[in-house]
Design a protein around this ligand. Sequence first.
Ligand SMILES: Cc1ncc(C[n+]2csc(CCOP(=O)(O)OP(=O)(O)O)c2C)c(N)n1
Ligand SMILES: [Mg+2]
Length: 331
Amino acid sequence: MTQATSPAVGCDTETLLAIFRRAMLIHRNDERFRSLLMSGGIRLVYYPVRGQEVLSAAMMTALNPDDYLVTTYRGIHDQLSKGIPLRQLWAEFTGKETGTCKGKGGPMHITDPATGVMVTTGIVGSGLPIGAGLALSSQMKGDGRVTVVCFGDGASNIGAFHEALNLASVWKLPVIFCCQNNRYGEHTPYAQSTSAQQIADRGVGYNMPAVRVDGNDAEAMYDAAKTAVDRARSGEGPTLIEAMTYRMLGHTFGASVSYVPKAFQEEAARADPMPRIRDALLKRGVTEAALIDIETAIERDIDDAVQFALDSAYPPLGELRQDVLAMEISA
Ligand SMILES: Cc1ncc(C[n+]2csc(CCOP(=O)(O)OP(=O)(O)O)c2C)c(N)n1
Ligand SMILES: [Mg+2]
């Protein structure tokens, strides 16, 4: 059953602050990546997450630390809000041996099972069946874990999306399909590639609860996330969440956005989730000074992580074929 965007039940101030901390970490970290790329301090492929901070922070705040996450190349917001250590994240992005994957995964293949970041993939749509598989393993083991799979609007047009939703529904798997609808797939706007008026409508075909929510509204997003997590954990099965947001920058860092209409860019700026969550906290009586303290601590942590990554070594040549294949193939 597809539900219209429901009014948020909301969350308490402590939860909203937890979402803010995560969102601000994502925001400042994204800014730091872009500024270092701009100055030539680092060289790598980077998919900005500007504009998508709050939906990810709210989704992961609804999870337990040992729950699973599967995400995409545009996944640094999800990885950070799931709790991946900042030092190891920076080291992996920059290809250093101290990274989560010893520097051999790089920006598009971040994995850190210790924090539940199970897979990051660059193949559009491929994370959905992997997430269903993780959820099946949790169901079989009875470990009580919930899996969240994050993906884009474009990914909902890939066959793997449909296969994963079908079996997840048949088997009542503890999985949440979190579609981050930023209205573009690379250079193609939503309506030029997607038949459904809204992606949440696709839940009907798989007999799965589906909700479209304003992902830039922390409370509404948390509410949708918590409802889906509770449902999955209690054995009732999967949920499809379509979190509406905007891609405020180009597909990759440095890419032109000449094809993006001005009106879209203005709409995205008006819907910016960062001032919105800040205002919500101030209205609840949290002081400006308390928010600045959080931001200052985040900047310090990022300084430390960047330095750690820059000071770390590249993996030695002998590591080249380690961890790549399960076994060596003899010539
Ligand atoms: C199977 C596959 N087809 C095409 C691509 C090339 N590609 C990379 S990102 C992308 C756009 C995906 O858009 P969306 O799912 O909306 O995610 P977003 O980048 O907006 O987060 C495409 C087509 C790919 N990586 N994998
Ligand atoms: Mg998209």
